[in-house]
Design a protein around this ligand. Structure first.
Ligand code: GLN
Length: 239
């Protein structure tokens, strides 16, 4: 944590990227930090702001194709997110954002857009939209709890050797229909197709990001109502 008194959580381009309440990921991070007595604030970065490289953790949400292109242009113009990841700041990128963080993505209109190459992946339109509940088992070290969320994307993502999948899919499509993996991880950068918001549904993933941000392993919080919600969602996803 750069500033020892307050954890600074970047909500990156929530004005154009934030479908399905993905901005809630920043709220979950703040709340789980506050519950441990760690002071935390959300820093909103919009299309009017350069992207700072000094924050402790960053989140980016999903978007429709046009909004996604605006965000890509902004992140290329102001490469603060890239610099932050280079020094190991945790980054969570959801859906359109996993595509933006790759080398390029092709929109459903067939146009290829250069990405910001923080993840080793490319995305092309699939024959059919992947939509519905997604359930997956984590592969990333330090994560043991089943991941649950909701996916809605036309793009199908293929990883190169520089990124590893986040999880193995047991229900739904994930990165690309038929591949049975979801997400991508390179260093401290995690991308996934899980909406939900992902961190509301997957508190262990939230604590993984927070622990990286504060530089020490945070103990779990005992929140039985969240466990119950998770059980319901996972059961619904597997039906
Ligand atoms: N526009 C992208 C796609 O359809 C991402 C969609 C999203 O973020 N929900 O693949």
């Amino acid at each position: 944590m750069a500033d020892t008194s307050t954890l600074r959580i970047g909500l990156v381009l929530g004005d154009v990227m934030g479908t399905y309440g993905d901005g809630g990921n920043a709220l979950v991070l703040r709340q789980r930090a506050l519950m441990r007595g760690i002071d935390a604030e959300i820093v909103q970065i919009t299309l009017d702001d350069p992207v700072p490289d000094s924050l402790d953790v960053y989140t980016l949400g999903g978007a429709e194709d046009y909004a996604q292109r605006l965000a890509t242009r902004h992140l290329l113009r102001y490469p603060g997110l890239q610099r932050a990841a280079e020094r190991g700041a945790p980054v969570l990128a959801i859906c359109a954002a996993i595509q933006v963080l790759g080398h390029w993505y092709e929109t459903s209109a067939g146009e290829r857009v250069e990405g910001i190459s923080m993840l080793d992946l490319t995305t092309s339109p699939q024959g059919k939209r992947s939509i519905g509940e997604l359930v997956a088992e984590p592969i990333l070290d330090g994560l043991t709890d089943t991941l649950t969320g909701f996916e809605n994307h036309r793009g199908g993502t293929v990883l190169g050797p520089g990124s590893k999948p986040l999880s193995r899919v047991s229900a739904g499509d994930g990165n690309k229909a038929g591949d049975r993996f979801d997400g991508a991880v390179t260093g401290s950068v995690i991308g996934t197709y899980l909406h939900g918001p992902a961190l509301a549904r997957n508190p262990q993933l939230a604590d993984h990001l927070l622990s990286q941000a504060v530089g020490s392993q945070l103990p779990p919080l005992d929140l039985p109502e969240i466990d119950r919600l998770r059980r319901e969602r996972i059961a619904a996803g597997r039906r």
